[in-house]
Design a protein around this ligand. Structure first.
Ligand SMILES: [Cu+2]
Length: 479
């Protein structure tokens, strides 16, 4: 590993893209989490041996045109979304990231519990990859599941630096004839900018901006000026088509790779048999729709027993863009797709039953964190975990082998999709890595086994909340 002890505070801040945080909070002292701290427990070693799958990712500026006006984005291998990386469980993956961007970058393997030094969080798990530098990520693809990978530097995810990662099971618990990946995203036609500034300024409305429908007039969140919502990189007017044949069972891997959008998803004319939550197998549960936040994934089996052409629809939960759209088209059907008329029964977390729950997570925890999620008060745009804005925030200390419980209460009117790196956690009877904490005093508890030493980011996957402080380091310590 490289020697990172020389990194300055400025470099650390720059790497995480939160140079404004110091000014925002007025803090000059801080406990910047550093990954060379003596108290840190040694991370799992990286995998040795030859790799089974090699890939090269070139991150570079590129042009995409999901709409008539093309936009300048930053992409992997000039693809949008990036090309899917698909492997079989237990294979060793070696990915060389070539940075052709004008600034530094990293790759995070969202949801996959890789060794800490492969996790791609700048200045926490690795030195950011500089322009024209190359960095090699190598890890074992385990466990199987639907994941994605993305840049973890600043707002680069919202420029297009993301792609699906599918790790196929050797023996899946569900049968299917086809397997499609369905990526929901939000789309900017220009470079993303932090949603900073004062609420007293004109235009933005700040944290005090009046909410949309259903907010009861309470304060609402800001939202980037998205030009539209996408399925697999396409706007609703020019939708992706998924071909099926009558009688087939089709596995759909839904990924929310957006930066700031929770989607409500359904398919006209078809039930969804939810088979995996965040890539992990569950007893199949039949629903008509589900809601997922940024960073969440669901796999569903649909039975193709209703010939025709049908809309796959994803509506923003807190946005007024036109819904994202794709088409499920049966062979020999040429009609225009039938729209979704009702959301029907929507999946609840309490419906999910993991095929396997770690037995270490039974009983009472060794350690519990009670954390509030709240907006910064006083007119600045900021998001806090227990009153602190990362990186000026205390790490949460845990010890290897512990059963750790995290209770989150949301003292804001907007939902937060909270994501833990390096671990799956138990929420209800499901194993997940990202969970929505609903607004208006919504509360969610998750439990995890501290079995992957290192310094791990725990944060809101709304990129704009993350960038304005909604993160903590969970740090393995010895004492
Ligand atoms: Cu959030």
């Amino acid at each position: 590993m490289t020697d990172d002890s020389r990194l300055s505070r400025r470099a650390l801040l720059r790497g995480f893209g939160v140079a404004g945080i110091g000014a925002l909070t007025g803090c000059t002292t801080s406990s910047i989490p550093s990954f060379d701290d003596e108290k840190t427990v040694s991370a799992r070693t990286t995998v040795s041996g030859d790799s089974d799958v090699q890939a090269t990712l070139t991150a570079s500026p590129a042009t995409v045109s999901p709409s008539s006006s093309s936009a300048s984005n930053w992409l992997y291998n000039e693809s949008f979304p990036g090309n899917e990386l698909r492997v079989t469980e237990d294979e060793i993956i070696r990915v060389e990231l070539q940075n052709r961007l004008p600034t530094e970058t990293t790759v995070h393997w969202h949801g996959l519990p890789v060794p800490n030094q492969m996790d791609g969080v700048p200045n926490v798990t690795q030195r950011p990859i500089q322009p024209d530098e190359t960095f090699t990520y190598k890890f074992r693809a385990k466990p199987a599941g639907t994941y994605f990978f993305h840049s973890h530097v600043e707002l680069q995810l919202d420029r297009g630096l993301s792609a699906p990662l599918v790790i196929e099971e050797k023996s899946p618990h569900v049968e299917y004839d086809r397997d499609y990946t369905v990526v929901f995203d939000d789309y900017l036609t220009h470079a993303p900018e932090p949603l900073g500034g004062s609420s007293s300024g004109s235009g933005g409305g700040g944290m005090g901006g009046m909410g949309g429908s259903g907010m009861g007039g309470m304060m609402d969140d800001r939202r980037p000026p998205y030009a539209g919502l996408l399925v697999n990189g396409r706007l609703p007017a020019d939708p992706t088509t998924f071909d099926v044949k009558e009688g087939e069972r089709v596995r759909l891997r839904f990924i929310n790779s957006s930066s700031a959008t929770a989607f409500r998803v359904g398919i006209a004319g078809h039930k969804l048999q939810i088979s995996h939550a965040d890539g992990q197998p569950v007893d199949t549960v039949p629903v008509d729709s589900f809601v997922f936040g940024a960073g969440e994934r669901y796999d569903a089996i649909i039975e193709a027993t209703n010939p025709g052409a049908w809309e796959i629809r994803g509506e923003a939960v807190d946005g007024d863009e036109q819904p994202a759209r794709a088409v499920l088209r049966y062979e020999n059907s040429s009609e225009s797709p039938a729209g979704l008329s009702s959301w029907g029964r929507t999946l609840q977390y309490s419906d999910l039953r993991a095929m396997q729950l770690p037995k270490q997570l039974r009983g009472s925890p060794d350690r519990t964190f009670d954390l509030t999620l709240s907006p910064e008060m006083g007119g600045s745009y900021g998001w806090l975990i227990d009153g602190q804005a990362y990186p000026d925030a205390d790490p949460l200390h845990i010890r290897e082998g512990e059963h750790v419980r995290v209770r989150m209460t949301n003292r804001s009117p907007v939902l937060h999709p909270m994501h833990l790196h390096g671990h799956f956690f138990r929420v209800g009877d499901a194993m997940k890595d990202t969970v929505i904490v609903p607004g208006h005093m919504g509360s969610v508890t998750f439990d995890f086994l501290a079995d992957n030493p290192g310094n791990w980011l725990f944060h809101c996957h709304n990129l704009y909340h993350l960038e304005s402080g909604m993160a903590r380091i969970i740090k393995y310590v010895r004492e």
